[in-house]
Design a protein around this ligand. Structure first.
Ligand SMILES: [Mg+2]
Length: 208
């Protein structure tokens, strides 16, 4: 029986086309350029290096420049989400149709997650937000981050757990660890895949 669903937040519960990620990405660029004083034309290079070697910009910048997590997270998420996202009744209907326990498992921080969930009008569906602070020093897709997430959720194993995310590396790790993993986006490497979150109930009921 599938009893718990771990949802990624960004580009999973709202569309990649919403513009939220572009807004965050722009704030990351500004952080690297203005706080770390790196030339604008080197910013993308730094970000690519961080992603390839440390999984996320935050992990890379912490190792390379000893930045402070809280300062970074506050800076990059300092966005007026209400201008980009709005109350989504279809998303509320979707979440209320799913009987499973729902948990947010995000590589962002809970302040950001709460802001986004509140703007979307879906905060009340989630009984727990597992954020980048609660699993540190790890992040998805590190195996340890998933173990910590299960522990925080009070679960002994991934049996009966669904994991939904838009990043293939996270899906692959979750699959290796026994989660029923569902990729949001284009099909890749034979993983279960749906084009958007609205197809989740159909997919889950087809598996029963
Ligand atoms: Mg995501």
């Amino acid at each position: 029986m599938l009893h718990t669903i771990f949802f990624d937040l960004d580009n999973t519960l709202y569309s990649k086309e919403s513009g939220v990620w572009e807004a965050i990405s722009e704030r990351i660029n500004i952080f690297i350029e203005t706080i770390l004083k790196i030339d604008g034309d080197k910013v993308q290079e730094v970000r690519t290096y961080c992603r390839q070697n440390y999984a996320t910009s935050l992990q890379g910048l912490k190792s390379l420049y000893q930045i402070n997590d809280d300062e970074y997270l506050e800076f990059v998420h300092d966005i007026d989400f209400a201008k980009i996202l709005s109350d989504d009744e279809n998303l509320s209907a979707l979440l209320s149709s799913l009987p499973q326990r729902k948990i947010i498992f995000t590589n962002s921080d809970s302040l950001h997650a709460n802001k986004v969930l509140n703007v979307l009008g879906i905060r009340s569906y989630f009984d727990l937000i597992i954020d980048v602070i609660s699993v540190r020093p790890f992040v998805k897709p590190h195996e340890e981050a998933f173990h910590k997430a299960l522990l925080i959720a009070g679960l002994k194993s991934s049996n009966g757990c669904v994991f939904v995310d838009d990043i293939i590396e996270n899906i692959e790790q979750a699959s290796n660890l026994g989660f029923l993993s569902i990729l949001i986006g284009d099909s890749k490497n034979g993983h279960l895949c749906i084009p958007d979150i609205f197809r989740l109930p159909g997919l889950l009921s087809s598996l029963n």
